[in-house]
Design a protein around this ligand. Sequence first.
Ligand code: EPZ
Length: 417
Amino acid sequence: MQNLLIIGGNRLQGAIDIHGAKNSVLPIISASILMNGKNVIHNCPDLSDVTAALKILGFLGIKYVRNGSDIAITSRKPTKFTIPDELMRSMRSSVMFLGSILARCGKATISTPGGCMLGPRPIDIHIKALKKLGASVKEEGGTLNFSADNGLVGTEIFLDFPSVGATENVIMAATLASGVTTLHNAALEPEIGDLISFLNGAGANIYDSGNGTVIIYGVNKLSSTEHIVIPDRIEAATYMAAAAVTGGNIKLNGIENRYMTAVNNAFIKMGCNIVCKDKTIAFDAPSRLKSIDFIKSEVYPGFPTDAGPLIISALCTAEGRSVFCEKIFQNRYVFVNELSRFGADISCDKTIAAIEGKEKLYGVHCNCTDLRGGAALIIAALKAEGKSRIGNICHIKRGYQDIAKNLRLLGADIKEV
Ligand code: EPZ
């Protein structure tokens, strides 16, 4: 089943639970390679990216058992240090295994990562930082062979850009290095804090200043731990955008409100009413959204790049002209051609998307190009008059568990065919 059929126009109402964060559970699965014994990870979403990450663990000789949203991983030193190309290409985040395999095995072989078409997606920042820790790398026929024959040695590292993945790779690699690593210009995304608490739970000694400096005191070995994954702030933003565009009124449960500030502020600017209480968000949208003169994606705590396509889609029927500026990924707008098929009026260059709000959108056939771009097509289809058919929903399954079921729970006319 690779298509979604949606008949737009229903106002979303009701309450749903938000799942654990994809971008937290993926590095945590990688970090389990550094540990010994049985780890239990709770609140893991059922996503194809998580399945792909667990397949990599299995390939490395590490046993795991999945029971609903719990994953039990029996950590040990991997029996291999290479990730085969087909597993690397199954998701972009597989580069995240580099630091943990290198730290545990003293060497690691990966091919260039696959994943969405968000641009070149280089890993130069990862490589530069791991070299600073003492690794050497050789490129041989499309694979990168890393080795640290004398082990990794703690040092001071400055990231040229606060890359989320590079920050996570350095933290994992430095955890078992000898000596202290001081990492500057580290990414501040909440998923990194979640990774650090997972590692510290198993005996790591990592201090997160919270302002971009992370100090990792290397330890000889880790034991194991039990951990609850933080909620997915981008999944929450997705349902907020779906409610916003349909003039809906929904409640999201199991939220960490402190992660939602930039997203909430954007929807408030669009005329939505948001009440944050404990672990819930009550979200109420006007019948027609206001435009946003200018909004740009930034590293955390700024507006998240992953929510860019969601807000752009909601702004297609807002009153007036909006401008979105993408500062993180080239090709973030790869979905805009498909979104325009609904009758949206969007013109964009590499970083700027100008959206002229329209009264109506009309149902069409379209295809997902990437994960968040696919979610943007669903949001447009929920608003559009008539029937839409969205293909290539494998992209959506990478990052959303039960999205059709949850939207139906909220009153959408949507089914998978
Ligand atoms: C993580 O990707 C997330 N993925 C992305 O979510 C998210 O969009 C991104 O962080 C930014 O928040 C996971 O956590 C699994 P980056 P990552 O390294 O680590 C450039 C989703 O939709 N860069 O912070 O790959 C890079 O090209 C996904 O859930 C280099 O130039 O993001 C990009 O332009 C998509 N060299 C920018 O930095 C490098 O060595 C941000 O990348 C590394 C990155």
